[in-house]
Design a protein around this ligand. Structure first.
Ligand SMILES: C[S@@+](CC[C@H](N)C(=O)[O-])C[C@H]1O[C@@H](n2cnc3c(N)ncnc32)[C@H](O)[C@@H]1O
Length: 288
């Protein structure tokens, strides 16, 4: 597949235009309503389309309203991440790329992760992809005092920023960032003999498959452990442009997981999608 495939390019432009919207149907409708073709459309049809867009947005907003509100510190991290001068920081050579504010997860993901940590009674959490620490702290807030979130991050620039953010919360002390490429950190964690109850994967998409293979092969996941892989719907790419494998490593990752008989998985379609993965247990499905 050529890098400049027009369909992929057009798709990417549309994603850029509506950065915080993950559902391509909503993006497409918003783009249509702004397009010049709309001037020839009857007002009642335009009104109907606007109502449809409104319904989609209300659905998302309602889900956020009903979900438990995230903590004050999480709200501060969100706000300050949005206002941070990422472009200037990148131009000054302090980050490997422009950190996109869209990378920070939203309140539903935050409370979902918190929920999973709580109901699984997890104590050892691994995160791959810390960014400004929003999801690491979301999980830490659900841990008991002796629980730990080990979080991997490649960019040293985030060291001071996250350490200051974590110092604002009594749960921050449960978070232990490991800086460097996640692949290397996974080797270190293997040597340390770590075993995790919950793993949240949210870093470079091309790395997902390798991370999950290493986690499973090196015994980093507890027998009843759960892996949650973010961006499993990747802005709609897996089902809209499925052949574009170079552009979208998530296609391969999702298929790889779906084709492994030793795993069970469910794709949760909120925000940009989370693929929840666990091992198939030997005793599972026995009828006595
Ligand atoms: C999507 S952001 C994580 C967002 C965070 N989980 C949240 O929701 O607030 C991905 C992060 O992974 C980091 N990253 C990318 N490639 C990496 C790698 N190979 N090893 C470790 N971290 C990496 C990026 O620097 C970025 O901060």
């Amino acid at each position: 597949m050529a890098v400049y495939d027009p369909a992929v390019r057009e798709f990417s432009i549309n994603v850029e235009r509506n950065m915080l919207v993950y559902d391509p149907a909503i993006r497409e409708l918003a783009a249509l309503l702004e397009s010049p073709e709309m001037k020839d459309v009857k007002p009642e049809i335009r009104e109907k389309l606007e109502n449809i867009l409104d319904m989609c947005n209300k659905r998302n907003n309602y889900a956020e309203e009903i979900t438990t509100e995230h903590s004050d510190v999480l709200a501060q991290i969100t706000q300050e991440t949005m206002n941070h001068p990422w472009e200037e920081v990148f131009k000054a050579g302090k980050t490997p790329w422009i950190m996109a504010t869209r990378m920070i997860s939203g309140p539903i993901t935050s409370q979902f992760l918190n929920f999973i940590v709580s109901i699984t009674k997890a104590k050892q959490i691994l995160e791959i992809g810390m960014f400004t620490g929003y999801t690491a702290l979301s999980m830490a807030e659900a841990l008991p005092a002796d629980g730990v979130v080990i979080t991997c991050e490649i960019s040293d620039y985030l060291k001071d920023l996250t350490s200051e953010f974590f110092s604002r919360s009594p749960h921050g002390k449960k978070i232990k960032p490991y800086f460097g490429p996640a692949r290397e950190t996974l080797e270190t964690l293997t040597k340390e003999g770590r075993v995790f109850d919950v793993v949240f994967v949210d870093a470079d998409k091309a790395g997902y498959r390798g991370y999950v293979e290493t986690i499973l092969d090196n015994g980093l996941l507890a027998p009843n452990g759960i892996i949650l892989a973010d961006n499993a719907l990747s802005d709609g790419r897996p089902y809209l442009i499925p052949k574009s494998r170079e552009q979208n490593p998530i296609n391969d990752f999702n298929e790889y997981i779906a084709n492994r008989p030793d795993l069970r998985q469910v794709l949760l379609p909120f925000r940009d999608g989370i693929l929840a993965i666990r091992r198939t247990l030997e005793a599972e499905g026995q009828a006595g």
